[in-house]
Design a binder for this molecule. Structure first.
Ligand SMILES: Nc1ncnc2c1ncn2[C@@H]1O[C@H](COP(=O)(O)OP(=O)(O)OP(=O)(O)O)[C@@H](O)[C@H]1O
Length: 385
């Protein structure tokens, strides 16, 4: 996680080529309105401008992408001196989808999320939230976005309800609308029972719920969640996962970073794997697994003559040069034969049929692709800048 207070002093983009330089500023110091600065930089316009098929958003008077992409990163760069925290990242997330952002420590996840949340500016490129540019329309972005940072703020002495009420007021909610919204948020996040508790007395899981509530209080279209499950116990993680899926089913678009890869695999419609500021792979978990890894792990339970069956399989692999599948080394564990298998499901079915045809009693077949965790380890190299 980056330190918010260091942005202004360390925000140079020294390594970027001249034509890609953007004058830096601290968005906090500029009172959140840096659209003037961005507009004055003509070099930004090629990326801040709408796509060819873009339409003008009628109500807000700004620019809408005209597509169903609710989050879009377009050739995004963020350098801190020599550190390429984000280097030419582009991807988009469709409305109502959950996108998992996976990467090792220091990969650039928080940096990109902070840019999307208008807490930092890109060195080059742009990002769009519900069609609005974080560079040119940060105010419009903020109204559509709920950000859950990976650390809680410092409001320790207020209680949970006062905390949520403060943010609801800050977003301009008044009267019955505010009361009803707060009630919904407390209900949805399961924080009703602790609404009068001071924040300093909350456990980690309770704080995470409250933080999610804060991000939801103005009913944003887009949610950016930076490692929301960090430090939660298994039950709380399952509950959080359900909440996130439910929010997506209600039409919210969600970008979520996590180190708990199996969790992301279950919850996300698509994932992006990032390392050293670069996007190494993107797509649905299934697509990435298929692209990166044709290998399935197969386990067969062969009754009576497992050793002999293993020998015949190895012989078959060595003899037939023309087969479309490849068998890895076979590990024998009693009745179980385990091996990697590169090929289609149909090839696998044919292999099992052949064994049965040869008279072996194949009692069980299990086959699965490598997990997201395996693919992650295969794609990334564990490099740190
Ligand atoms: N304000 C800053 N000043 C200088 N360097 C920074 C700053 N913020 C981030 N960095 C650097 O940018 C790189 C990416 O950091 P970032 O926090 O985005 O990674 P991350 O993927 O979120 O990591 P983690 O999973 O550990 O939170 C790191 O090398 C980090 O040291």
């Amino acid at each position: 996680m980056s330190d918010e207070t260091t942005i202004a002093s360390e925000g140079g983009a020294a390594e970027l080529p001249d034509e890609m330089q953007r004058p830096d500023s601290d968005p906090h110091l500029s009172n959140g309105d840096f659209s003037g600065q961005a507009n004055s930089d003509q070099r930004l316009n090629q990326f801040a401008a709408p796509k060819n098929n873009a339409a003008v958003h009628p109500s807000a008077g700004g620019v809408h992408s005209g597509t169903d992409d609710c989050i879009e990163l377009r050739r995004l760069y963020r350098y801190f001196g020599k550190t390429k925290a984000v280097h030419d990242i582009s991807f988009s997330v469709s409305r109502g989808h959950v996108f998992g952002y996976i990467g090792p420590n220091g990969a650039g996840k928080t940096t990109s999320m902070r840019i999307l949340s208008t807490l930092d500016l890109p060195s080059y490129g742009d990002a769009f939230v519900d069609g609005f540019s974080v560079v040119n329309d940060p105010e419009l972005v903020r109204r559509r976005l709920g950000f859950m940072p990976d650390s809680f703020g410092t409001y320790r002495d207020v209680n949970c309800e006062e905390y949520l009420d403060f943010f609801a007021r800050a977003y301009g909610l008044v009267g019955r609308e505010r009361t009803e919204r707060l009630k919904w948020v407390l209900d949805f996040t399961g924080t009703v029972g602790m609404k009068e508790k001071p924040i300093r007395g909350l456990s980690k899981g309770m704080k995470q719920r409250l933080c999610l509530g804060r991000a939801l209080v103005h009913d944003p279209a887009v949610m950016i969640l930076d490692e929301p499950a960090a430090g939660l116990d298994p039950r709380a993680r399952i509950q959080l996962r359900k909440m996130i899926r439910e929010l997506a089913d209600r039409g919210k678009t969600i970008l979520i970073s996590s180190h708990i890869l199996t969790e992301l695999a279950e919850m996300c419609d698509a994932v992006g794997i990032i390392e050293q500021g670069q996007l190494l792979a993107t797509g649905s978990v299934d697509e990435i697994q298929r692209q990166r890894n044709q290998t399935r792990e197969i386990t067969l339970r062969v009754l009576d003559r497992a050793n002999e069956a293993a020998e015949r399989l190895t012989q078959l692999q060595n003899d037939s040069e023309s087969t479309s599948h490849v068998l890895g080394e076979i590990v024998i564990d009693g009745e179980l034969l385990r091996f990697g298998f590169e090929g289609e499901l149909r090839d696998q079915a044919e292999l099992v049929a052949w064994l049965v045809g040869e008279g072996y009693a194949v009692a069980e077949v299990t086959s699965h692709r490598k997990s997201l965790e395996d693919v992650f380890l295969q794609v990334t190299e564990g490099l740190v800048q």
